[in-house]
Design a protein around this ligand. Sequence first.
Ligand SMILES: Cc1ncc(COP(=O)(O)O)c(C=O)c1O
Length: 388
Amino acid sequence: MQKPSVKPNSPYFSSGPCAKRPGWSLDALKDATVARSHRAKGGKAKLAAVIERSKALLEMPSDYRLGIVPASDTGAIEIALWSLLGERGVDVFAWESFGSAWAADCKKQLKLKDVRLFDADYGKMPDLSQADWNRDAVFTWNGTTSGVKVPNGDWISADRTGLAICDATSAVFAMPMPWDKLDVVTWSWQKVMGGEAAHGMIALSPRAVKRLESYTPAWPLPKIFQMTKGGKLAVGIFEGETINTPSMLCVEDALDGLKWGEQIGGLKALVGRSEANLKAIEDWSAQAGWIGFLAEKTETRSNTSVCLKITDPWYAGLSAEEQEKGAKKIASLLETEGVAFDIGAYRDAPAGLRIWAGATVETSDLKALFPWLDWAWNEVKTSATKAA
Ligand SMILES: Cc1ncc(COP(=O)(O)O)c(C=O)c1O
């Protein structure tokens, strides 16, 4: 098989940090309020703009609070777990590495007594209908490392008394979020909008705020986890007064991404771009004959972190070690060719490829990548079968 001649214009298919928006350059950061206090008028206005523009772009209900908190998405979800859990039992749903980490936090760090864990292997989804909505629930919306996403919010009770706490970092801006079904939603800047990694975002429903103001956890909370003051919500956090110092370069970049999202047509356009990318991968993989989706059910296929497994019968007969070596070889060949960066499966996930298909990725770049994937696969298989 001949090496393809046309390369993608952008070889960035990493699942985080993800591709910058089309046309991005460092120039986008030239108005950053560097070397100034983030609490000065200009800096605070930028932080408030990230909050307001995110709320508008995501079509979030006006009575939800959105704040900027330390430590990216991990910081945001852990603030939620540490601040809200323990008031009642919790159901945790986990089907890949990040969900499992939040389950471990509940059990081993917070040492919660009443935890029910519903877990499933890579590619599968636990039975979401098991949730008891008189309890709290913790789950990721999109399992970034398995490419399995929650298909919709139908399983979440509108009459719940518990809180729905959702790590949605590789979902927001690419998948419609049923806000009325979610009480805590967290994400980072470096995923679908292609921003720089820094602070995280946390959205709280009125019911989550009520819990914060009526319940004090039994454990101590470090300063960077404190969302209340004197038993009341620290409203400043939700108006741009961050708990600690943010990078104003990253804030500027987050704003740049949001402005791009607005310009191209808002949420519908962002979701549409990502869904078109998934469709292109589906069409290619269906005719490629050697690769398929790790997600077992079509409706759970992620349209951002698309995880693929090699289905070729020869490959299926290899040892786990050889399979991993083969998949890694495809990724490294394409990296060496400058065609695709960081498309190997996540370190804890089954061997395979993971291609980011969020809104900042151009479908034309994916289409240019497909012949290269076929070529790299052919290289790996022919060199291994020749050697044997
Ligand atoms: C579902 C999910 N949760 C949490 C994280 C960790 O995010 P961060 O590095 O922003 O803390 C990631 C990162 O890829 C993720 O995909």
